[in-house]
Design a protein around this ligand. Structure first.
Ligand code: M6R
Length: 361
């Protein structure tokens, strides 16, 4: 049942305010400015012993993991990184007893992720899951974890589950942070930020008409560039994946800082760039990248907290706490991919060559 929407993707994008509300529900502890994650199976003493966190997933779940790693480093000050599960599996990784492994999956059935979990378990590692489908294979084989509570996701491309996965990582990071060195004041600040998300997502969704108009222009492009820095880079990766999956327009994502090391050669009037430009300590650096692109007559669409003078268009998104900004900046780009694909007449819920869950190697 699409509940009045033309596609599952549109329905699922629209459900995000409720989905985020659901992942927060019952977990916030205002008294200690932390969150409770019932299924984690990691007591405070064990959590303090974690030296490093390694996040494994595929596709969109891997991108959510990249943001998750940044959140964990920022809030809990534990070194963390994310890697595609299949790459990890085939490179004979060093499995370290002080590392906590986290497997991320919407379906909980992705073979490459499951196989990585099984290999880690066999070597005695502790593995948590950040999973949407309750009782799925990865949920069952991990030692504990966080359910993402996005609800059923039918469209092959992931939208609401991506957002809820990132919020789940924010909860995990806050939980680990408050057991370690994150202050009560910072805990309160992040909790307040999390509580603002559903309303702010609704504000972004209300601008759909404007994004649809932009999409009509970008649907003409044969290729698009996505750039971001630090928190903005995984947002760029995910937006670029979304666009290629459903519109079949070729898209690349680069850290803005890498432009001058090669991809700048591609910039010309026929190659639009989508730039993630949050109001944070990297704002001036990001603006400099826009200037570089403008100087080569590259069209620019900025996703920012304020109008960007160098951009041809800016999608202004509401500001949250700096650590949480990435969660909101991806949402207008889901709509951009959606309306671009729609303008091109694509089969949005079932893109060619793709399956909802990849249960083979
Ligand atoms: O179910 P999973 O999260 O494990 O799936 C992983 C990827 O196959 C998945 O995210 C894929 O990239 C989607 N088509 C994204 O839209």
């Amino acid at each position: 049942d699409m509940g009045g929407h033309d596609t599952y993707m549109h329905k699922e994008i629209s459900e995000q305010p409720d989905a985020v509300d659901r992942v927060l529900r019952g977990r916030i502890d205002d008294r200690f400015s932390t969150v409770h994650l019932g299924g984690l199976n990691l007591d405070a003493r064990e959590a303090r012993g974690v030296r490093r966190i390694k996040i494994l997933g595929c596709g969109t779940s891997y991108h959510a993991g990249l943001i998750g790693a940044q959140l964990i480093e920022e809030l809990a000050r534990i070194p963390a990184d994310a890697e595609p599960a299949s790459e990890f599996r085939y490179r004979n990784p060093v499995v370290d007893p002080d590392t906590l492994y986290v497997a991320v999956s919407q379906s909980g059935e992705t073979y490459d992720v499951l196989a990585a979990v099984q290999e880690l378990k066999r070597k005695g590692a502790r593995v948590l899951g950040v999973v949407n489908v309750v009782g799925s294979a990865i949920a069952r084989e991990t030692d504990g974890g966080v359910y993402v509570h996005a609800g059923p996701e039918v469209c092959v491309v992931s939208t609401k589950c991506f957002t809820n996965t990132v919020v789940s990582f924010a909860l995990l990071a806050l939980h680990l942070g408050r057991i370690r060195d994150l202050s009560v004041a910072d805990g309160k600040r992040i909790i307040a930020g999390l509580r603002r998300l559903p309303e702010q997502i609704s504000e972004i969704l209300a601008t759909e008409g404007d994004i649809e108009k932009l999409a009509a222009q970008y649907a003409q492009a044969s290729s698009m560039m996505f750039i971001g820095r630090v928190r903005g880079y995984p947002v760029a990766l995910e937006a670029s994946l979304k666009l290629k999956e459903i519109s079949y327009i070729h898209a690349e994502a680069y850290p803005a800082s890498e432009l001058k090391h090669g991809p700048l050669a591609l910039i010309e009037p026929a190659l639009p760039t989508v730039a993630i430009v949050p109001d944070d300590d990297l704002l001036e650096k990001n603006r400099a990248a826009l200037e570089e692109i403008k100087a080569r007559s590259g069209p620019i669409l900025a996703v920012a907290h304020q109008e960007q003078e160098k951009a041809d268009h800016t999608i202004v998104v509401p500001k949250n706490e700096t650590e949480l900004d990435a969660i909101l900046m991806g949402i207008p780009l889901q709509l951009l991919a959606y309306h671009t694909a729609l303008a091109l007449g694509r089969d949005i819920d079932k893109p060619r060559n793709l399956a909802k869950s990849v249960t083979v190697e």
